[in-house]
Design a protein around this ligand. Structure first.
Ligand SMILES: C[C@@](CO)(OP(=O)(O)O)[C@H](O)COP(=O)(O)OP(=O)(O)OC[C@H]1O[C@@H](n2ccc(N)nc2=O)[C@H](O)[C@@H]1O
Ligand SMILES: Nc1ncnc2c1ncn2[C@@H]1O[C@H](COP(=O)(O)OP(=O)(O)O)[C@@H](O)[C@H]1O
Length: 333
């Protein structure tokens, strides 16, 4: 570790959301988690997090965790402002991993700091199938590691991150790639990508070239529990033909869609209305839902459809939608 390389006491990172262009659930493991195979890609919508190492000089924060002196602030009331916050879990896990190898008190002292503060500007929907919380954990892990002089490499952060959440390893890789300018000096940064084929429960992340698409993303403003959806798929996995089928990672396919669409009328209605009214090449729910992506290869059709949404009667006032792109900065410019 180059202790002198990073002496700034503050970093601001965008925590980008992900979408699953394909998601196959392969088997249930003894610990209740599921082995999957998924093509995941970053998308240009994000929360913003400010992470600081500082002297404790004010108490204007929602909560304080004494074990590692971590303060959290967010104006958003849809996320837990407690130790259950995934940003706090990310901070604790990275602090513990660093403490295992280095003297944390010394690292903090060298920076004239005795606490870490996290501020979350939450813009993404919560429990939405786009890894908003995992992205917050990823950004905090990358930010704390950066402020403490990059003791851990990107891959080491990913290994620690899977204990915080199954989507965290991919979120770390993708958010490393998309925040590369801010994270200069992170060991193994050159291995990052905004797209990957993800397997295991989420810990095996193989960087691949992104597949660029224009995307209109819809969220019906309901929350869906990932745990509930995975548990529901277990009955299907008992069928050996299903469990042993061939998977094509390049198809637009999501094993979890069947359950969420059948059990959440709002999501079924959202998908049907998008299919009836838009000219998208593909329409697919992301992750466990309820967010649905309409994918376009052609810009003019994408623009026309997006424009028409403003006055479309089939769009419910409670829905949120975003005009965005998937891939990386090169396709976003
Ligand atoms: C479905 C996916 C697809 O990318 O994304 P989301 O819909 O959550 O965005 C992920 O596999 C979700 O990852 P993540 O949301 O981080 O999961 P975790 O917090 O670790 O786990 C929540 C719960 O989901 C179940 N779970 C999660 C991942 C996995 N491979 N198998 C599982 O069975 C477990 O029951 C666990 O208790
Ligand atoms: N910082 C955070 N941002 C979003 N959700 C969080 C956060 N911390 C904890 N959570 C909780 O994590 C769960 C999953 O949220 P999220 O990551 O948004 O879902 P998904 O992976 O389906 O997009 C929710 O129950 C939410 O309350």
């Amino acid at each position: 570790m180059n202790r002198d390389a990073v002496k700034s006491s503050e970093i601001e990172l965008n925590a980008y959301a992900k979408i699953n262009l394909s998601l196959y659930v392969l088997s249930r493991r003894a610990d209740g988690y599921h082995d999957i195979k998924s093509f995941m890609q970053g998308i240009n919508i994000f929360d913003t997090l400010k992470i600081k190492t500082k002297k404790i000089n004010n108490y204007n924060y929602n909560c304080f965790f004494s074990e590692t002196n971590i303060y959290l602030f967010s104006a958003n009331r849809n996320i837990p402002l407690t130790a259950d916050n995934l940003a706090v879990k990310g901070a604790i896990s990275v602090v513990r991993a660093i403490s295992g190898r280095y003297n944390l008190t010394d690292l903090m002292k060298e920076r004239g700091a005795d606490c870490i503060s996290i501020e979350i500007d939450k813009k993404l929907p919560v429990a939405a199938g786009i890894a908003g919380g995992s992205g917050n954990a990823a950004a905090v892990m990358l930010g704390v590691n950066h402020l403490l002089g990059n003791p851990l490499s990107m891959r080491e952060l990913m290994d620690v991150g899977v204990k915080v959440g199954a989507d965290v390893p991919f979120s770390i890789m993708m958010n490393t790639y998309l925040n590369a300018d801010e994270l200069e000096g992170l060991p193994k940064i050159e291995e990052a990508s905004s797209a990957a084929i993800v397997s295991g429960i989420g810990e095996v992340v193989e960087a691949v070239e992104p597949r660029p698409y224009f995307v209109i993303l819809f969220n019906p403003s309901i929350a869906v529990s990932t745990k509930e959806v995975y548990e529901a798929i277990d009955r299907k996995l008992e069928d050996t033909d299903y469990a042993q089928r061939e998977v094509d990672i390049n198809l637009f396919y999501n094993d979890l869609e069947l359950y969420t669409l059948a059990n959440y009328e709002e999501v079924q209605s959202l998908v049907s209305r998008i299919r009836e009214n838009l000219q998208a090449d593909e329409v697919l729910m992301s992750g466990s839902g309820p967010t649905v992506a309409a994918y376009y290869t052609e810009y003019t059709r994408f623009e026309a459809d997006y424009k028409a949404l403003e006055s479309a009667r089939w769009v419910e006032p409670t829905w949120r939608y975003w005009k965005t792109k998937s891939g990386g900065h090169d396709v976003w410019s």
